[in-house]
Design a protein around this ligand. Structure first.
Ligand code: ACO
Length: 355
């Protein structure tokens, strides 16, 4: 049996770096609040017109270059996102065309903040079955698409304009501040392929879902649960295109389920938590990750966080953190890497990989 290895990785962010302070121009928030409660200091947003598949293409090019694999060699695309360019079709096919690839299969994964872990298991299965030999796996998000801001608000936070918003607009934006301060736009990519070395590559996965709390974090308006004659106007007025979020429930789920998943995957693979050289957790809130680290009793040098610089980039957080770890020598050949994440759904899971 062939095992799956990462052959190369890369990432990109949106074009505009937006500090917390800038968000306080368009709603009631502060650098201090966001920093203390979430750890986030800045995030990147795309310029209007740049889409999730565009960011995906940019990250894919970097990963291909890193892997020294040419686009023509790619025989399968897996694309994870919760902010696709269109409700359908998905971003995988759009990426295939933009990269000029042959008519290779392109599969889309949802699963929100656990999209990367779920997608990685699918990639592993495709490679181990022989269905793919050079697989391009992309996690990308343009969250700006669901921000309830006017063009003027966006111009203010990206320093393209000066001034103040009308009070009612400022107040409207404040209703969404718990969500709009968390997210950023970015894409991460990996090229994956088989290896005959059973000591290297992806070693095992555990995945779980619990649909009973789906409405703790969801977007109503892009779905078809509501008839247009009921929802059309309301969807826009009530901004149902912005995720509805019960932040505390998400927080509690993340803090309890992520350590459990790490223990479970270690047991499955036959290693201990102590054997993990680097824990790369989904980046939703620094306080969540600090609690996970504490529960697992891992020292600081064996945990990597970068939410301070990017915010929550959903399906892109783990490939971005992994790429940074590889480039700055925090993950070396032979190291045991653990990926863990929880996202809306709820869906969660963990994976172990020998670098
Ligand atoms: N700036 C200033 N004040 C704010 C902000 C903000 N950005 N956001 C919320 N507040 C206010 C609230 O309105 C509330 O005010 P009130 O007491 O007057 O009502 C107060 O701060 C406290 O709010 P809480 O929700 O209790 O604050 P908490 O400490 O729980 O932090 C947060 C909120 C950051 C959202 C936290 O709950 C969290 O991170 N939860 C997890 C969310 C998450 O990870 N989402 C993505 C998940 S993954 C996926 O699949 C997409």
């Amino acid at each position: 049996t062939a095992f799956t290895r990462v052959l190369g990785s890369g990432f990109v962010t949106g074009e505009h770096c937006v500090k917390n302070e800038a968000l306080s121009k368009i709603c009631d928030t502060s650098d201090e609040w966001i920093r203390e409660r979430t750890g986030i200091e800045q995030r990147y947003f795309v310029e209007e017109g740049t889409t999730t598949s565009d960011l995906g293409v940019r990250a894919a090019r970097k990963a291909l270059e890193d892997a020294k694999v040419s686009p023509e060699e790619i025989d399968y695309i897996v694309f994870a996102t919760m902010t696709p360019d269109y409700y359908f079709p998905g971003c995988g096919g759009l990426l295939q065309t933009k990269l000029g690839l042959a008519n290779v299969p392109a599969l889309d994964i949802r699963q929100q903040c656990s999209g990367f872990i779920y997608g990685l298991q699918v990639c592993d299965a495709l490679i181990r079955s022989g269905a793919a030999k050079r697989l391009l796996f992309v996690g990308a998000e343009v969250h700006t698409g669901f921000m309830p801001w006017s063009k003027q608000a966006f111009d203010l936070i990206t320093d393209k304009a000066q001034g103040e918003l009308p009070k009612d607009e400022h107040d409207f934006n404040t209703k969404f501040r718990d969500r709009t301060s968390l997210f950023g736009d970015a894409a991460g990519a990996m090229v994956l392929g088989p290896t005959d070395n059973p000591e290297r590559g992806l070693l095992g996965f555990v995945l779980h879902s619990d649909g009973s709390k789906a409405e703790s974090l969801y977007v109503a308006s892009a779905g078809f649960a509501y008839r247009p004659y009921v929802g059309g106007d309301t969807h826009i007025k009530e901004a149902r295109y912005v995720p509805s979020m019960d932040g505390r429930t998400v927080f509690k789920m993340a803090v309890s389920k992520m350590p459990e998943a790490v223990h479970e995957v270690c047991q499955k693979v036959g290693v201990t938590v102590d054997d993990i050289h680097m824990l790369i957790a989904h980046q939703a809130n620094l306080r969540i990750n600090e609690a996970v680290q504490k529960a697992l009793k891992l020292p600081d040098e064996r945990v990597y966080n970068n939410i301070q610089r990017y915010g929550n980039t959903t399906a892109a957080t783990i490939p971005i953190a992994y790429d940074e770890c590889r480039r700055n020598g925090k993950v070396k050949e032979g190291d045991l890497v653990c990926f863990v994440g929880l996202g809306a759904g709820f869906h969660w899971g963990a994976a172990l990989m020998r670098e």
